[in-house]
Design a protein around this ligand. Sequence first.
Ligand SMILES: N[C@@H]1[C@@H](O)[C@H](O)[C@@H](COP(=O)(O)O)O[C@@H]1O
Length: 286
Amino acid sequence: MRLIIRDDSAAVGDYIANYICKRINEFNPTAEKPFVLGLPTGSSPIATYKALIKLVKDDKLSFKNVITFNMDEYVGLPRDHSESYHTFMFREFFSHIDIPPSQVNILDGNAKDLIAECNSYEQRIKSFGGIELFLGGIGEDGHIAFNEPGSSLASRTRIKTLAYDTILANARFFENDVSKVPRMALTVGVATVLDSREVVVVVTGQRKALALSKAIEEGVNHLWTLSALQMHPWALIVTDEDATAELHVKTVKYFKSIERVQDEVEARQAELRAHGEATQQVGSME
Ligand SMILES: N[C@@H]1[C@@H](O)[C@H](O)[C@@H](COP(=O)(O)O)O[C@@H]1O
C-alpha cells in the first residue's frame, strides 16, 4: 500500500485527478476496450471531480470510452431527490464531462427486486472484464462504500442497513434532520472493491483521522473495513495533513520517505530515457 500526503483537500483532489488522468491515457481506451472506473460520492471526492472536469475542459482527458460504476445508493430515495447519489453524480461530475450517460452505472435503490438489482450489478461489472481502478472514500467509522463496521470482508454487492453513526454523519445532507436520512443502502461489497485491479482512496479532514490510523496501522479487521485494503496488491490512499492527526510520526515519516525515494527513482529513469539508455519500467506496487 502507498500513502500520499498532501497539504489540503484541494491538493489531494489535484493529485488523484492527475493520477486517474495518467492511468486512463496510458490505458488508451477504445469503444471495444473501455476503461472501467469505480466512483464514490461524499464531500471528499468533490475536489477530485472538480480537477477531473478541468482536465476534460483543457482537452487533456476524455471519458468517451470510460464506463463508470458507482459504489452505492440509498434505498427508497427518489432518483431525482437532491441527495440521491444519482443526482449527486450528475450535479458534481457527469454533467460537466463528455461521458455518454449510457456508460454510467449506478445502483437503483428503487428497484422492485433489490437483491436482483445487486446481483445484476455484479454481473454487469464482470461483463466489462472487471473494474480497472476503483476510487473510494471512507466514512468516519472507516467504512468503504457503505460497508459498515462488521461487514464481511468477502461481501459482494448487497442491501446494507446503515450504522447509526453514519445516519448521524449524513444528516447534514438532509437539513440536519436524522429522521430524513434513509436507513438502508445498496452497496458494492468489500470483495467487489478488492477485485478491482487498482484501488485509490481519498481520505481528508480530521474527522477521518482515527479511521485512517485503524486501517493502516492495525491489522485487517471487519470493524474498519478500509483495512481490507492491506490485502490488495495495488492500493493507494491519498490524504491531507488533517487526516494524519492520529498516525504515529514514524508512519508519516515512512510513507513520506517512500514517496521521496520513488520520485528520485522516476527522475533518474527520466534522465536515462532522455539519454536514450534502456530502462526498466518503474512504479511501486506494494
Ligand atoms: N456511502 C458514502 C461513502 O461512500 C463515503 O465515502 C462517505 C464519506 O463521505 P464524506 O466524504 O462526505 O465524508 O459517505 C457515505 O457514507
